[in-house]
Structures are given as structure tokens and as C-alpha cells.
Design a protein around this ligand. Structure first.
Ligand SMILES: Nc1ncnc2c1ncn2[C@@H]1O[C@H](COP(=O)(O)OP(=O)(O)OP(=O)(O)O)[C@@H](O)[C@H]1O
Ligand SMILES: CC(C)(CO)[C@@H](O)C(=O)NCCC(=O)O
Ligand SMILES: [K+]
Length: 259
């Protein structure tokens, strides 16, 4: 069984695979103080409700928070007796290398997204991920990550408004009935919702113009469905894109005799 771990700045998702078969996934808040023992107790408790026995013999990690990796490595070695592949480290091979400025450390989640999306949709893609940040990852004809766009995430923007403006409450993102809000909450919801619709639409348009070719837009992340309500922004929405990419990268390394 393969354990895939996707650590974002806000949440960490664990998923279990038996070959190509997905078995289960669980989500925990990202906290670099969490120890290997804590992860294991948590995993063991959750596995009790499942129909399979946890028998991990391989692990792969993508982490946008470097400090978390240490304890995840300890988890893999102590409890599963495996050395994990860590995306972005030199000993983790990618099917195609990213083409970016020398010295750039691309977020591993973005690299993984491009691998997952290229496998399912082929060349010339824009992958939009609504996580802590809203990212756009551009996939070239050969599947390479060739750059993109990083914007503040939806929940981060809402939090920033609340933190920075004494009279603005914390608001949950939702699609407002009207653009013109007639109360504070509705005004904020409108600003965020229509602001992000405009942001995604505008960025996608500019990327397409710069690339001067047809490109499909693939959306992932918890908030993707919210922004897909009748606006035709996306060609596909995939909630498991990062996990799919992680499994493919693991399989690729195995095929190449690595790890
Ligand atoms: N309508 C909604 N309003 C607010 N949050 C939502 C809504 N729908 C889903 N979410 C949140 O989206 C999150 C799932 O998003 P995702 O895993 O893509 O990114 P993240 O965990 O927020 O960020 P990161 O991956 O950077 O840590 C969950 O925490 C979920 O609570
Ligand atoms: C942009 C985020 C925060 C999105 O999770 C992550 O991919 C990251 O920390 N990236 C590093 C910089 C880069 O991707 O160019
Ligand atoms: K994510």
C-alpha cells in the first residue's frame, strides 16, 4: 500500500492506495509541531472504521511547509519502515523537469498538480488550485510546468479584510444573490466572490493570449465548485488532482528503479 501525503499551508491530506486503487483519505490541520507519534495515533484511529488493514510499504510527500517534512519522514521510517519520496528533493524524479528561472524552487503542490492534470487531460493546460493561495500552473506541450501565477487564496483574503479593518467581520465565502450588497456581510461576500470570478477569468484570458494557443482550464481545491456555478470558467474540476499526481510520481520513480 502507498501512503500519499499532501501538506499545504492550511491542511494536510493523507491518502492510501493499493496499486492504482484509491482506498481512503483523511484531512488534518497543518501544524509543524505535530509529531510522528501523533500522526500515527490519528491514522490508526481512523483506519479502525475501514474495511482494510493499514499495510504501508511506500510513502510520497509533497509539502509546501518545509518544517513539516521532518516529522513526516520520521512517521514513514518509524512506523512504516520506508524512506519516503519527497517531491522537490533531488532524489524524487519527475516525468518532465520544470522550465523556470534558475534557482526557483517551485511549490511541490504545483508540480504535482501539473503531473496529475497532464496525465488526465494532455498538453496545454492551466491548472487552477484554490488552496491557501490561488495558483495557476501552466502545462506545456510535453507536460512540463513552465510557470504560472500566485494570488492570495479566497479564505486568506477574507481573513485579511477582517484582520485589517476594525469594522469588518469574518465572513464565509458564498455566492451572493446580487452584486450590490445591502449589508456589510453581503458587500464582503460580493467583493470576494465576484472579485475571484474576475481574477480567474482575467488571468486565464491573459495566459491564453500570451501562449497564443487553445488551453484547457482544470480546477482543483475545496473552493473550485463554488466558482463553477454557471460561469464556464473551467473545462473540468477534479478534487483529487494532487493525490492523483502524487501517485503517478511515486509509480514513475518505481518504474525508474528509484526508491
Ligand atoms: N464554501 C466554503 N467556504 C469556505 N471554505 C470552504 C468551502 N468549501 C470548501 N472549503 C474549504 O476548502 C478547504 C479545502 O481546500 P484545499 O484542500 O483545496 O485547500 P486548503 O486546505 O484550504 O489549503 P492548502 O492546501 O493550501 O493547505 C477545506 O478546508 C474546506 O473547509
Ligand atoms: C504558492 C503555494 C503557497 C501554493 O500552495 C506553494 O506552491 C508555494 O509555497 N510555492 C513556492 C513558490 C512557487 O511555487 O513558485
Ligand atoms: K491543496
Amino acid at each position: 500500500m502507498l501512503l500519499c501525503i499532501d501538506t499545504g499551508n492550511t491542511n494536510t491530506v493523507f491518502s492510501i492506495w493499493n496499486g492504482e486503487r484509491f482506498l481512503a483519505h483523511w484531512r488534518i490541520a497543518t501544524d509543524h509541531r505535530r509529531t510522528a507519534d501523533e500522526y500515527f495515533v490519528w491514522l490508526s484511529t481512523l483506519i479502525e472504521g475501514q474495511k482494510f488493514v493499514l499495510d504501508i510499504d511506500a510513502c510520497i510527500i509533497s509539502s509546501t511547509a518545509p518544517r513539516v517534512v521532518f516529522n513526516l519522514r520520521v512517521l514513514c521510517s518509524r512506523y512504516f519502515d520506508t524512506r519516503p519520496l519527497v517531491v522537490g528533493k533531488p532524489d524524487c524524479l519527475l516525468p518532465v523537469s520544470p522550465r523556470v528561472d534558475p534557482g526557483t524552487v517551485v511549490g511541490p503542490d504545483r508540480l504535482v498538480n501539473t503531473v496529475g492534470a497532464f496525465d488526465r487531460h494532455g498538453p496545454d493546460l492551466i491548472v487552477v488550485d484554490f488552496g491557501t493561495a490561488t495558483t495557476f500552473d501552466v502545462v506545456d506541450a510535453d507536460g512540463a510546468y513552465i510557470g504560472g501565477v500566485i494570488a492570495p487564496g479566497v479564505n486568506l483574503s477574507l481573513e485579511a479584510l477582517h484582520m485589517g479593518a476594525a469594522s469588518l467581520p469574518h465572513v464565509d465565502v458564498t455566492m451572493p444573490a446580487k452584486v450590490i450588497g445591502t449589508n456589510t456581510v453581503a458587500c464582503i461576500q460580493s467583493g470576494i466572490f465576484w472579485g475571484y470570478i474576475g481574477l480567474v477569468d482575467g488571468v486565464v484570458r491573459q495566459i491564453r493570449a500570451e501562449r497564443d494557443r487553445p488551453m484547457q482550464v482544470i480546477a482543483t481545491g475545496g473552493l473550485a465548485p463554488l466558482f463553477d456555478q454557471g460561469f464556464d470558467l473551467f473545462d473540468a474540476i477534479e478534487d483529487d488532482l494532487t493525490m492523483h499526481g502524487l501517485r503517478l510520481i511515486h509509480d514513475y520513480n518505481k518504474e525508474m528503479g528509484n526508491g
